[in-house]
Each structure stands twice: as structure tokens, then as C-alpha cells.
Design a protein around this ligand. Structure first.
Ligand code: COA
Length: 187
């Protein structure tokens, strides 16, 4: 039997809080790889069974986790950063779980965490290879296209962040996101 409650909005559950930070624990790292597999293998089919590559041996993993009762509970966002040569950093494998997209600026805040962390570690340039459908998203976040490329058979743009828009910070930085108010707090 279905009971309809008068005046109660029928919408999916939306977590009230997310944390964005470097992955610190084994469960965060496991969730980070699982999410990447879900998005890049199952959803997009860019890779077959596993999207891990040699860059994972040196990259720093960054996560967004949704919180339950104030505690990080499940990894729903991921990105990684690594230094290619002194001063030149790259970000890759940006992913937000489909159920958490366009909710609390999780993708935008993962990018901010990625670029500002690299900036804090001495980056003088920060680049990423961006899928064509996301170029506008990156442009709005102060990135410029350096040109079109094909990667994994798909159209991409090589893009560069405007570092002046991403103040450097340390590796222990944690951000709290609250989707409903769309505000961000520094912990
Ligand atoms: C691309 C992706 C990371 C964006 O994550 P997200 O959490 O939905 O993005 P945000 O909520 O931070 O978006 C911030 C703003 O950009 C907009 N936006 C999101 N994706 C966009 C896109 N592809 N193009 C244009 N605008 C976009 C949002 O609507 C939001 O706008 P608002 O501030 O006016 O409300 C996510 O869609 C994703 O994981 N996609 C699949 C994997 C993928 O494509 N990875 C990137 C490879 S380059």
C-alpha cells in the first residue's frame, strides 16, 4: 500500500553535506577507484574493465564524500593530480557519481581542490585533457583551451587553468559543501 503524505515533497534523498579533500584512508582510496571504474568503464565505456594506469603510481588522489550524521560515508567524487615535470602539473579522471551531479558544485570544487593543491606544491602551470562536452564547464572555471586533441578515440581539448584564480593551499585542506544553500565553508 502506498501512503501519500499531504504537503511532503516527492524528491530523491539529497545529502546535506559533502567533504572534499585528499584521500587519506584505505576506504576512501577504494571508493575513489570504484567510482572511477563506474564512471569511465561502466557509464562512459572509455576503458573496458579498469581505468587504472601508470600515472596512478605517482598521482595524488582527491575525493568528495557525502556525509551521513556528520561523518564521511561514501565517495561520490574523484580527481587525481600529478607533476609531469618541475612546475608542470596535470589533473585527470575527474568524476562525480551520476546521482550527485549538478547538486552541490562537487565537480567544480574537486577542480578547485586539485588546482589549488598543485599550486601549493609549486605548480606554475596546470593542464588537463578535457572531454569536449565539458569544455564550457572548464571555461566557466577560468580555464582556456590550448587546442583540440583526440584521446581514447574521443574529442578532447587540452586546457590550462588560470592559476591566479586558484590560490595555493596545503595538502591538509578540507572543504565542506552544503548543496541546499550552495555555500562553501573552509574547515
Ligand atoms: C563533468 C562533471 C565532473 C561535472 O560535475 P558536477 O558535480 O555535475 O558539476 P558542478 O555541479 O560542480 O557544476 C558546476 C556548474 O557547472 C554546470 N555544469 C556541469 N557540467 C557541465 C557541462 N558539462 N557543461 C556546462 N556546464 C556544466 C552546472 O550546471 C553548474 O552550474 P551552476 O553553478 O550554474 O548551477 C560530471 O558531470 C561527471 O562526472 N561527468 C562524467 C565524467 C566526466 O565527463 N569527467 C570529466 C572528463 S573531462
Amino acid at each position: 500500500m502506498t501512503v501519500w503524505l499531504e504537503g511532503v515533497e516527492n524528491r530523491p534523498f539529497v545529502p546535506t553535506e559533502y567533504v572534499v579533500r585528499l584521500a587519506r584512508t584505505p576506504w576512501e582510496l577504494a571508493g575513489y577507484y570504484a567510482l572511477r571504474r563506474t564512471v569511465f568503464c561502466t557509464e562512459q565505456g572509455v576503458f573496458r574493465d579498469d581505468d587504472r594506469d601508470i600515472i596512478d603510481q605517482v598521482a595524488m588522489p582527491i575525493i568528495a564524500a557525502c556525509c551521513m550524521a556528520g561523518m564521511p560515508d561514501r565517495v561520490v567524487g574523484a580527481v587525481r593530480i600529478h607533476e609531469v615535470e618541475p612546475g608542470l602539473w596535470r589533473g585527470s579522471r575527474l568524476a562525480v557519481h551520476a546521482e550527485h551531479r549538478k547538486l552541490g558544485r562537487i565537480g567544480a570544487e574537486l577542480i578547485r581542490m586539485a588546482v589549488s593543491t598543485a599550486h601549493g606544491l609549486g605548480a606554475t602551470r596546470f593542464l588537463a585533457q578535457v572531454q569536449e562536452q565539458n569544455v564550457l564547464f572548464f571555461r566557466r572555471l577560468h580555464w582556456k583551451s590550448l587546442g583540440e586533441i583526440t584521446l581514447h578515440g574521443l574529442p578532447h581539448h587540452d586546457m590550462e587553468a588560470d592559476l591566479s584564480r586558484y590560490p595555493p593551499h596545503g595538502q591538509d585542506q578540507t572543504w565542506l559543501l552544503r548543496p541546499q544553500s550552495r555555500s562553501r565553508q573552509v574547515a
